[in-house]
Ligand binder design. Sequence first.
Ligand code: PLP
Length: 502
Amino acid sequence: MSTPTFDRTQSPLIFDLGQDGRANKYVEDARPMTDFLPKSLLRDELPLPDNSELDVMRHFTKLSQRTFGIDLGFYPLGSCTMKYNPRINDAMATKREFAQLHPYTPDELAQGALQVMYELERSLSSLFGMAAFSLNPSAGAHAELAALLIAKKYFKDRGETKRDKVIVPDTAHGTNPASAAMCGFKVISLPSDQRGRVSVEEIKKVLGDDTAVCMMTNPNTLGLFEDHIHEIAQAVHDAGGLMYYDGANANAIMGNVRPGDMGFDLMHLNTHKTFTIPHGGGGAGHGPVGVAAHLVDYLPTPVVRATPKSNGDINAAPSDRYTFSLDFDLPKSIGPMRSFWSNFAHAVRALAYIYANGVGGLKKVSQLAVLNANYIRVKVAEFLDTPYPEICRHEFVASAQELKKETGVKALDLAKALLDHGMMAPTMYFPLIVPECLMIEPTETESKETLDQFIGVLREIVEEAKRNPEAVMAAPVTTVVGRVDETRAARNPDLKWEPAQA
Ligand SMILES: *Cc1c(COP(=O)(O)O)cnc(C)c1O
C-alpha cells in the first residue's frame, strides 16, 4: 500500500503561518519578567512563529472542527461505550469549589469533595453488589491490574502461592490477558462455545488447585449474557479461585442485575464508559475497583471514610465528617495505584450522572441501550450476517465475511464508508473469533430517527458494494485524510516539527 502524504499546504502547521512582527504584543519588553530566573535555565532562542491572535484562534478552531465526536454525530463503537455526556456533569465538575481544590488541601477544608467520593463509592457498591470500591485506579485496565494484585496478595496471605493461572475467555478484551501477564500470572485462553459463551464443561476442564482468577465480561463482547454464570462462579469457587468481573459492559446491566449477585468477588467499572465521562482520543479515564467483603482489606488506598457513628463499620451512615487517608485500618492494602485524589473530576461527573438519573433512571438507561441494540440488530440482519441471531444486550456483532467473498468489500471498507456519511465507524475485527467483524453499540440516548438513518446508510453501502465495490474500497473521500497506513501511523508516527535550516 502506498503511503498517502499529508498535504502541508492544505493543512499548514502554526509554524508555517505568520510573519515576523505580526504577533500581538501586550508587553513591550518581556525581559524584566524573566530577570529573576537563573540564566542557565533560560533558552537562548525559542523559534516561535509570529502570528496574530486572530490567526492563532482561527488556526486552532479550524483544527478542532476536523475531529469527530459524539457531539457531532452517531458513534456506534462497540465495547467502549461512547455515549452522550450530559452537560450537567461538567457543570458540576467545573464548579470552582471542586475544580480549584489543591491535592494537599486538608480534609477539614475539603469536606464536600470527600463527601462526593464517599457517596460515589457507596452508590457503586450498592448498584453493583460489592462490599466496597476504591476510586483510585485511572482506567479499566489500571483497575484490572489493581484487582489482580489484590488476588495475588490474598492468595499469598493464605499460603496458596501455587495459584498462578488466570482464565480468560477468547472473547475478552486484550487488556484482560495483558493485566494478568503483568502480574506474573499464566493466562489460559478459554474457547467460547457455539452460542458464543463460556461453557461450564470447558471451564471445568481447566480448573484446578492452580487456578487464581477467572476474568469474565458479562454480557460478553459479543453482547451476549453469560446465562450459566452461577454455575461457572460455583465451579471456580469450588476450585478455590476468584471471579473477576470486567465491568466495561456495565451499561447493559446497570440497575437490573448485579455482579455481586452473579458470584463475582472482584470487579472494575469504567466510569468514562458507563457513567458518561468523555473519553475520545485516550483522554483521562477513571476505573473504580470493587471487591466482595472478604477482599475489602486489600483495596488500593487512599480511601474515604465517614466517621463511623458507632464502630468501625464502613457501611455506617454518612456523617458530616469525612477523612481521606492512605493508612486507616487497611494494613493489607496493595497501596495506591496513583497519586492524590486520582481523576477526581471524573468522580464528580459520575456522581452527577447517578444523581441526575436516580436508580430508576439508571435501570431504564440499560433497558433502552439493550432495546436500541436489538432494533439495529434485527434490521441489519436483512443485509449482513449476524452470527449470533438471538436477543443481545447493549451491543451485537455483524460479519462482512459473505460480502467479502461475493464482492471483495471487507468490514474495514464498510467502516471507512460510514465516515463519508458523518457517522463514526463501529469497532472492527473484535472480538477476534468473528471474521470480518463489526461490533455495533448504539447506546440509549440515540433517537429512533438516528438509528434508522444509520441502518439506511449501512444498507446503502452494502448495496453499493455489490454494484460498485471499488467505490466503497476507496472511501473515505470526504475526510481531511483518506486511508492511512495504519501500521506505520501507529509504529512510526511523524509528530516532530523542526525549524527550516536557515
Ligand atoms: C474498554 C475495555 C477495557 C479497558 O478499559 P480502559 O478503561 O480502556 O482501560 C477492558 N475490557 C473491556 C471489555 C473494554 O471494553
